[in-house]
Design a protein around this ligand. Structure first.
Ligand code: ZN
Length: 472
């Protein structure tokens, strides 16, 4: 019932806006136009129906939500134009940071250069792109917002070339495109064009959460294999976090690209989690099962699906509300990454031995290889460093999630041992996620052992303290 209510709300508010009310939360309209096949720019138009005029500021994101880094998306924006309620053009000037002063605008428009974006942003997953018959638009790389409107509901319209399929993670099955707020719009992805492969995945939990698989590959791809692995990963994570209850999202999309490199400086393989989707720009070679076998790809998907619970819906300070111009400093990345990845390992491992092999491969190996200057940092300090350097220097990202993952494993072992197998870390995490949904605020690190004991009766505070401390 809950997702349905969320979907109905913006429509009801739109009706209010249409009636001419100045209700502070009437929907903001976004129009995205991709004019013709082969075009390398998109046009964005933002309208504020029913809003009182005031001096406004347009902001284009630089920080990537859960990317723990920044990308200069504002550099690819041009032709910013603003108009008042009567349609009269207004003066526009560039302000400090990724911002433009647009006066008492009722409408703001701009272009985004996708070709230049892809050339200059070398992490393939952070960029939108254009290929023959195909366009990927990563929400935060093309959508900006007017300051003060971040919490307004949004209605999105997309114009694509005649006959082109249009897919949005906001509504994988089609229909009107609505987002609860700017975060939800920015966190969504759009795929256009006949070269994209869009499929509904039939899997064990499809009644609880319809799963779409969108793929684009520049090499031959075994579509059935990818669908099977996505379905297995998705079902395993739902079982881990929710048991037989429905997940906290109404639908989910796995969006995978397999790309030939744009240059030798471009990198591929990172994934990015979202509220209702996971997208990754993989290297073309990874389409080959001998390069990325089933177990590796299934884990890659499960890991990012796990983030739909942690940290998208259960998080420490800094995740929400999000700061779009500068990457927020976050001291709990070890939890978001370590505990979510550990959950994916346990959800997929068929035996305790398999879990142990995964712990060794992904976590213990990072610890062994980490340089002393990072090992000797307290974990919260390392996490603050990872807030902007997570992928830029992956030694920092790896050590952050590995220390968190090993903390999770040790807590899990103790909870299982002290409850003679009746409880596990899974119960502790389910409880924390329920607490987050109810309280709608970040947890404090100090409270984690309190929540975990409420759920399991087992004290884990000394394990938390041990792993937060520097490693000799
Ligand atoms: Zn992750």
């Amino acid at each position: 019932m809950r997702p349905l209510c969320l979907f109905l709300l913006p429509a009801a508010m739109l009706a209010v806006a249409a009636a001419g009310s100045d209700a502070p939360h009437s929907a903001v309209l976004y129009w995205l136009s991709y004019s013709r096949p082969g075009a390398t720019t998109v046009h964005v138009r933002i309208e504020f129906p029913g809003h009182a005029a005031a001096a406004r500021t347009l902001l284009i994101p630089r920080s990537v939500p859960m990317g723990y880094g920044e990308e200069p998306y504002d550099q690819f924006v041009s032709n910013v134009a603003a108009f008042d309620a009567a349609g009269k053009p207004l003066a526009v000037s560039r302000a400090e940071g990724p911002r433009w002063l647009v006066g008492p605008a009722s409408r703001v428009e701009y272009d985004v250069d996708l070709a230049r974006m892809e050339q200059q942003i070398q992490d393939g997953t952070d960029s939108s792109r254009v290929r023959p018959g195909y366009v990927l638009l990563v929400g935060y790389s093309v959508f900006g917002f007017v300051e003060g409107e971040e919490s307004s509901p949004i209605e999105l319209h997309i114009d694509a070339p005649n006959g082109w399929p249009v897919f949005s993670t906001l509504a994988p099955a089609g229909g009107s495109l609505r987002a609860d707020d700017f975060y939800a719009l920015a966190d969504s992805q759009i795929v256009l064009g006949p070269a994209a492969h869009i499929a509904t995945v039939h899997y064990a939990r499809e009644k609880d959460a319809p799963l779409a698989l969108v793929s684009y590959s520049e090499v031959p791809l075994d579509q059935a294999r990818i669908e099977r692995l996505a379905g297995e990963a998705m079902a395993a994570m739902q079982e881990y976090f929710d048991g037989s209850a429905p997940p906290p999202f109404p639908h989910y999309t796995v969006l995978l690209e397999f790309l030939k490199p744009l240059s030798d400086k471009h990198s591929y393989g990172f994934g990015m989690e979202h509220l209702e989707s996971f997208h990754a720009a993989m290297a073309a070679a990874d389409a080959d099962p001998s390069a990325l076998p089933d177990a590796g790809l299934r884990y890659h998907i499960a890991h990012h699906v796990a983030h739909a619970w942690i940290p998208k819906r259960c998080y420490g300070e800094g995740y929400f509300p999000f700061t779009w111009d500068v990457a927020p400093k976050i001291d709990t990345i070890w939890f978001s990454e370590g505990f979510a990845q550990y959950a994916a390992m346990v959800a997929l491992a068929a035996t305790p031995d398999q879990r142990d092999q995964m712990l060794d491969l992904r976590f213990r190996s990072s610890l062994r290889e980490a340089p002393p200057e990072f090992r000797h940092m307290p974990l919260r300090e390392l996490s603050l460093l990872a807030s902007t350097q997570y992928a830029a220097d992956f030694r920092i990202g790896r050590l952050t999630f590995s220390r968190g993952g090993l903390m999770a494993a040790e807590m899990d072992d103790r909870i299982r041992a002290q409850t003679h197998g009746a409880k596990s870390l899974r119960d502790a995490l389910r409880h924390l996620i329920a607490w987050s949904a109810q309280n709608r605020r970040p947890f404090r690190i100090d409270d984690l052992p309190v929540r975990f004991r409420e759920a399991t009766g087992v004290d884990t505070r000394d394990i938390l303290d041990k792993w937060l401390a520097p490693i000799d």
